[in-house]
Design a protein around this ligand. Structure first.
Ligand SMILES: C[C@H](O)[C@H](O)[C@H]1CNC2=NC(N)=NC(=O)C2=N1
Length: 112
């Protein structure tokens, strides 16, 4: 019975646009992520630095795999020793919970 109720519940609205206040509050909970752009292009962004191109590309591939699993894809700007990761939710023209969840997953790739 409980299971029936759970199955009929709507999914959490992870891809609805957050308000400016919600975005600012969420940014305080992730390390190094900043706001980028505004309007429909508003996004969250963080730049990761690496010793060399192979390390950078290993990170890029790990991010790509995670993005496919989550069906949520960042914009990536790659140089020899850095990768800037930018998330927004183009489906809602804003920043959503999915962006912050993926930001935490990218950080977790480098944890340990
Ligand atoms: C159909 C597909 O699930 C959607 O287009 C997904 C794919 N990946 C996505 N990635 C990002 N960053 N934002 C989205 O709104 C989005 N939508």
């Amino acid at each position: 019975m409980t299971q029936d109720i759970e199955q009929k519940s709507p999914p959490a609205p992870v891809r609805t646009a957050l308000t400016a206040t919600q975005i600012i509050a969420s940014l305080t909970k992730v390390n190094g992520w900043k706001l980028h752009g505004d309007g429909a292009d508003v996004a969250i962004e963080k730049t990761y630095r690496f010793d060399n191109f192979l390390k950078t590309m290993s990170f890029v591939n790990a991010v790509a795999y995670m993005a496919e699993q989550q069906d949520h894809h960042p914009e990536l700007l790659v140089t020899y020793g850095s990768c800037s990761v930018r998330f927004n939710t183009h489906d809602v023209h804003g920043v959503s919970r999915s962006d912050f969840e993926c930001a935490a997953l990218v950080d977790a790739l480098l944890a340990s």
